[in-house]
Design a protein around this ligand. Structure first.
Ligand SMILES: [Fe+2]
Length: 359
């Protein structure tokens, strides 16, 4: 169902009073003010009508034929669908006891007849504007909640697609879950203490977490004979394997063309295209060097390698943490960004724990 902004509708004011003179007076005052007026001579009819069409405000006489205004107000406040509707009492008497009772029953205001135009208009305007503000805040809250739900569903769908693509490679297990965690941890740590801290926002961390599972999406285009080969690839086979980076990025680029400026897809492209680049320029596809390699891809490179080396393959057992740590240290400044290696060292226990948790 499409919701409408509460600020855009005309105020519906219900008047519960059996006095024709009051009807005439209120009509003149409030219709001119742009409100829709609904008149009811008895409490029972008014309550029934309010159930069907919720008013924005009720002007309620204390004395009406079938039940008094206090009782009508009490029933309005007991009704979950009506409890937030402001009720202003209209009374012939100015005694304190009635005023106190009116507020006790949930009334927001109390006006003594004869009614003065300016005073009523001002009081109605105050209560309507407060209600509009509350409704608007409530509306915004609901919209934000819907956007959040939609975004979560979208991320879950993207992850499911990445997972589906990954299932062709039987060795990887929970690789995507682990690299997602490694990337998040590294980005958070680099955001706390590194030369990249100013660049790493909460949005960056969230994006890399959700975009990282897409790094090898291009492998869907790699033939089984190469992707699933249990032995070392030949040079021509490796050239085919290398194309997964460009293929993944090109496909995401098609999506990006429709949503240009989308930070998440933009980062997904950088990660897919450059996660096999190396700090010293010996990587692929473009042989980029150092900080020319986009930061998300440099983070992904370390996360991907750590996981690949720790995991079992059909042709070898996974290496232990200390061995992989030594290899990563060795690759600092050649394969990996030294700053990211530094962040990894400060997180090594978490890396090891994640490896054991997501098997
Ligand atoms: Fe890859």
């Amino acid at each position: 169902m499409i919701e409408t902004d509460p600020q855009q509708k005309k105020a519906r004011i219900m008047v519960v009073d059996d006095d024709p003179a009051t009807h005439a007076l209120l009509t003149e005052m409030l219709v001119l003010h742009g409100s829709e007026m609904l008149f009811y001579p008895s409490g029972a009819i008014a309550l029934m009508a309010a159930e069907n069409h919720t008013p924005d405000l009720v002007l309620l006489a204390v004395k009406i034929p079938d039940m008094d205004g206090f009782e009508v107000c009490k029933r309005i406040k007991q009704n979950p669908g009506l409890k937030d509707v402001p009720v202003i009492f209209l009374s012939d008497t100015n005694d304190t006891e009635s005023k106190v009772r009116a507020f006790e029953m949930g009334g927001v205001d109390y006006i003594t007849k004869p009614i003065h135009f300016a005073e009523l208009r001002a009081r109605v305007a105050v209560h309507l504007s407060r209600c509009t503000l509350e409704s608007k805040l409530e509306f915004q809250k609901r919209m934000e909640e819907k956007i959040r739900e939609l975004s979560e569903a979208q991320q879950a769908t993207i992850f499911a697609i990445a997972k589906l693509a990954e299932q062709r490679d039987e060795d990887t297990g929970a690789h995507l879950e682990r690299v997602r965690e490694y990337c998040r941890l590294l980005a958070e740590r680099l955001g706390e203490d590194s030369p990249y801290a100013a660049y790493i926002t909460a949005e960056f961390v969230e994006c890399i977490q959700h975009a990282s599972p897409l790094h090898d999406i291009g492998k869907v285009a790699i033939p089984d004979s190469i992707l699933l080969k249990p032995h070392k690839l030949t040079s021509p086979e490796f050239e085919v394997m290398k194309t997964h980076a460009v293929i993944g990025a090109e496909n995401m680029q098609l999506v990006y063309n429709h949503y240009s400026g989308n930070v998440f897809i933009g980062m997904g492209i950088e990660i897919a295209l450059y996660h096999h680049e190396r700090w010293d320029g010996s990587g692929y596809p473009d042989g980029l060097t150092g900080r020319n390699i986009p930061l998300p891809a440099r983070i992904m490179a370390l996360a991907d390698c750590y996981d690949a080396l720790r995991s079992d393959r059909c042709y070898r057992r996974g290496l232990d943490h200390e061995r992989v740590k030594a290899m990563i240290l060795e690759g600092s400044g050649t394969h990996f960004d030294p700053e990211i290696v530094k962040a990894f060292l400060s997180l090594e226990e978490e890396f090891s724990r994640i490896q054991d948790t997501f098997c």
